[in-house]
Design a protein around this ligand. Sequence first.
Ligand SMILES: CC(C)(COP(=O)(O)OP(=O)(O)OC[C@H]1O[C@@H](n2cnc3c(N)ncnc32)[C@H](O)[C@@H]1OP(=O)(O)O)[C@@H](O)C(=O)NCCC(=O)NCCS
Length: 152
Amino acid sequence: MKVEKAKISDVPQMHQLINYFAEKDEMLPRSLSELYENIRDCFVVRDGERVVACAALHVFWSDLAEIRSLAVAEGSQEQGIGGKLVEACLKEAGELGITTVFCLTYRPDLFEKFGFAKVDKMELPRKVWTECYRCPKFPDCDEVALTYNLEV
Ligand SMILES: CC(C)(COP(=O)(O)OP(=O)(O)OC[C@H]1O[C@@H](n2cnc3c(N)ncnc32)[C@H](O)[C@@H]1OP(=O)(O)O)[C@@H](O)C(=O)NCCC(=O)NCCS
């Protein structure tokens, strides 16, 4: 199973996957319209026609992007797929010339394995908070912020 850029036809399955975990409070929900608008951010892993995992790299500014909406279907977890998606996002960030990638997550352990380091959420630029204002949990966010530095 390989990581590929998402296609429009993947969106309904990505929507289902992300919101399945969002309902369990494990990640933030995404609407269909957000996913269609940001389709170029997204990567998927497919098993035949089925989307078993997804993630997105969202650019915020000249030096900053976020890995978001990382989800691996329950039957496909613990096989390295989540890790491969993180690597694909970091590779794309490097190709774009982005120097810092951040994530807000309940699974900091996974990101730490790839060299991310925990930071105080308040250290993230204010620009990223535009997303947070729309989150049902704002301002009592309990996700952990981590950053990865791609500068040589
Ligand atoms: C968090 C999540 C994305 C991880 O995806 P995953 O595909 O299971 O991740 P990986 O397989 O790369 O890594 C998970 C574990 O499996 C281990 N692993 C990786 N490849 C493996 C393999 N071939 N065999 C056995 N274990 C393996 C990893 O070392 C890691 O171990 P750890 O739990 O001790 O850290 C997935 O659990 C998920 O979608 N959860 C619900 C939504 C969520 O929490 N999303 C994150 C929001 S940022």
